[in-house]
Design a protein around this ligand. Structure first.
Ligand code: PNS
Length: 164
């Protein structure tokens, strides 16, 4: 049977437990999931693309070789086709995510009707979680160890100059 591959695209600045939860559930549906960092010059990230890739690799290690990690430029649907993905996976947290995600999904379908978008509802404990909030909490001296992997927590503390 043909391998079912999904693309999980995003900024991942940095990857959180919310992302990991979506990813874990995506691996229950698809044979292989490619986590892909958008090389986005439009945003001012805290971590470089290479740093984010390394932090993702560390964080997803427990999921084994069903998960691959890469970066891309340009259209998500084009990258989905490049990696042989039949679907784009996105996590949905709350109503606030819906509008943008809905627009992106419809645009992506117009651009490439063969690539489906699959939304996975985030688990209840992660509804409030976002990379932006995790960075803010760490910046303000809060403990982020519940929200990110140990590698990411360490990288955040170092980057933001916070004691371990
Ligand atoms: O983690 P994010 O920042 O919510 O991810 C957003 C992302 C990378 C999925 C989105 O910005 C994207 O797909 N960008 C690629 C450009 C593209 O394909 N645009 C047209 C379709 S909406």
């Amino acid at each position: 049977m043909k391998e079912r591959v999904a693309l999980y695209p995003g900024s991942f600045d940095p990857i959180t437990m919310g992302h990991l939860d979506i990813l874990e559930r995506a691996t229950a549906i698809f044979d292989r999931v490619v986590v892909s960092v958008l090389r986005n010059p439009g945003k001012q990230p805290l971590f470089s693309v290479e740093e984010r890739l390394e932090l993702i690799r560390e964080t997803v290690r427990p999921l084994g070789d069903q998960v691959q990690v890469d970066a891309f430029d340009g259209l998500t649907v084009a990258h989905a086709q490049q990696v042989g993905a039949i679907a784009i996976v996105r996590g949905l947290r709350a109503l606030s995510d819906f509008e943008t995600e809905f627009q992106m999904a419809l645009m992506n379908r117009r651009l490439q009707p063969d690539v489906h978008t699959v939304f996975l509802m985030t688990s209840a404990p992660n509804v409030f979680m976002s990379s932006a909030l995790v960075k803010e909490v760490c910046q303000l001296g809060g403990d982020v160890s519940e929200f990110v992997s140990p590698a990411v927590a360490e990288a955040l503390r170092r980057r933001l100059g916070k004691p371990g």
